[in-house]
Design a binder for this molecule. Structure first.
Ligand code: FNR
Length: 210
């Protein structure tokens, strides 16, 4: 039996407040095994029917990393074209990945056809497989921050290209590409808020009562 006290709860709240999407990394390498330990923690996450559908691919080969970076640049240029005027200028000024600096690259997929869990809980909602993978990524994000490690989620990518670049099974659905390393700085405010792209809103804005 484990009990958590007020001091732990305060620290846990700080962890949530100080977790950031990190795009600016220091160049120093992570200690050996650091990413494997984060993966191990992520695997403690809830999953539909205990399906454990998360599949992790560490990307170390420089040719594959270069191809991912090229795909990001192409997708980001396309995304910029969807904005106009002042919003386009603001978008162009944003840094939306740390792919070129991050010492760690980790792609995360959802295995859509695994038998693990025997289909429990997903008959009417097959998307619960992807939800389970996102739950694992969130756990990893927080665990990384607790270790002083920054994690940045990159979704400005083409899933088909990522599949081809990483040569993974067709039944795996691409969920996230994560940049991992030590952050240049810590902050309690999202970078998109600092850049005046969007601001964090009160929980009451998103809550209905019935
Ligand atoms: C599913 C998903 C996908 C992305 C993101 C997040 C999530 C959950 N975020 C990070 C996102 O911009 C960030 O979480 C918010 O701006 C809030 O900032 P903090 O995470 O609180 O620092 C993100 N950031 C970025 O720079 N490039 C990206 O492609 C993405 N993609």
């Amino acid at each position: 039996m484990v009990e958590f006290d007020d001091s732990f709860r305060r620290q846990l709240r700080d962890l949530f407040v100080w977790r950031r999407d990190v795009r600016r990394f220091r160049s120093d390498l992570l200690p050996d095994g650091a990413i494997d330990r984060l993966i191990e923690t992520a695997c403690l996450s809830p999953s539909v029917g205990l399906s454990q559908p998360w599949r992790f691919v560490t990307v170390d080969e420089s040719a594959r990393r270069r191809d991912v970076i090229d795909d990001f640049k192409a997708c980001n240029a396309d995304a910029l074209n969807t904005y106009a005027g002042e919003r386009a200028a603001r978008y162009a000024a944003l840094k939306l990945s740390g792919l070129e600096q991050a010492p760690g690259h980790l792609a995360v997929f959802a295995d859509k056809i695994s038998d693990i869990g025997h289909g429990l809980g997903r008959a009417t909602m097959p998307e619960t497989i992807e939800y389970s993978v996102v739950a694992a990524i969130t756990a990893m994000w927080l665990a990384a921050r607790a270790d002083g490690i920054g994690l940045g989620w990159v979704s400005i990518l083409s899933p088909d290209r990522i599949h081809a670049i990483l040569d993974v099974p067709a039944s795996w659905k691409f969920v996230a590409y994560l940049c991992i390393g030590y952050p240049e700085a810590e902050c309690d405010q999202p970078e998109l808020e600092k850049a005046k792209w969007e601001h964090r809103r009160e929980a009451s804005e998103f809550t209905l009562r019935r």
